[in-house]
Design a binder for this molecule. Structure first.
Ligand code: C5P
Length: 233
């Protein structure tokens, strides 16, 4: 594994063997893999244990928890034995919920998701936020980090403002990155990996720009991950 790599590969697949093959193919360039609801609801903790045989890496457990503080604390305790490097909660769950999550597993970096990048300013207004997406994301990042969150997920377009608001010790993680000329898929506003790091991101969540290469071959996937890592230097 490459411990200094800022790339987090999203294991967006329902197939355990596919996930393992992606890890083996990319582990030289990547040391953190994101397991989301699609994988976790199907395979659970046992699935994460199975992945361990595919390489040497840490887990970003993307469960986006959002419930009353007591329930979220219980959920965090239930997955704490998996020792994820990052575990996501929705920042909009509020200060008490974030604090309960952080207290339940002090060794885990509780990672607050601010405003989903799939939401427009119109969506954010419709839900009832008084401010637009960017200002709301900055506000949520402040509340989250004041209550124990040690990392933030946000759009690369919010990264520099959130960096100014939360300081240098908080880790900022951004999805929505595409290499130059990469297929956008359903992502609307994207930055290149290099631009996102320059904007203040510590880590980049990347899915299809790397995982789609497995449709060509696992060695193409391996090369693709290495190329994106090289583009950051
Ligand atoms: O394939 P792609 O690079 O778009 O995948 C990005 C990953 O980041 C997916 O797992 C997606 O669910 C996740 N994500 C995102 N936007 C957010 C939060 C998470 O794209 N706001």
């Amino acid at each position: 594994m490459n411990k200094s790599s800022p790339i987090i590969l999203a294991l967006d697949t329902k197939d355990l063997d596919t996930a393992k093959s992606w890890i083996s193919a990319t582990n030289a360039a990547i040391s953190i893999y994101k397991v989301g609801l699609e994988f976790f609801l199907k395979f659970g903790a046992a699935g994460i244990a199975e992945l361990a045989s595919a390489g040497d890496f840490e887990i970003f457990l993307d469960l986006k928890l959002h419930d009353i503080p007591n329930t979220v604390a219980g959920a965090v305790s239930s997955v704490a034995h998996l020792k994820p490097r990052f575990l996501t909660v929705h920042a909009s769950g509020g200060s008490e919920m974030i604090s309960a999550a952080s207290t339940a597993a002090p060794a885990i970096s509780i990672t607050a998701v601010t405003i989903l990048t799939s939401l427009s300013d119109g969506d954010v207004a419709q839900i009832g936020f008084a401010k637009g997406a960017k200002e709301s994301a900055i506000n949520l990042a402040k509340i989250a980090t004041q209550n124990g969150a040690r990392s933030i997920v946000c759009s690369p377009f919010e990264a520099s403002d959130i960096r100014s608001a939360v300081g240098s010790t908080i880790e900022i993680i951004t999805p929505g990155v595409r290499p130059l000329g990469g297929d956008l898929g359903d992502q609307k506003r994207v930055m290149t990996p290099h631009e996102a790091i320059k904007a203040g991101a510590n880590f980049l969540v990347i899915g299809r720009p790397i995982s789609d290469l497995a449709k060509i071959s696992l060695s193409a996937m391996s090369d693709g991950a290495a190329e994106i890592l090289d583009s950051l230097n």
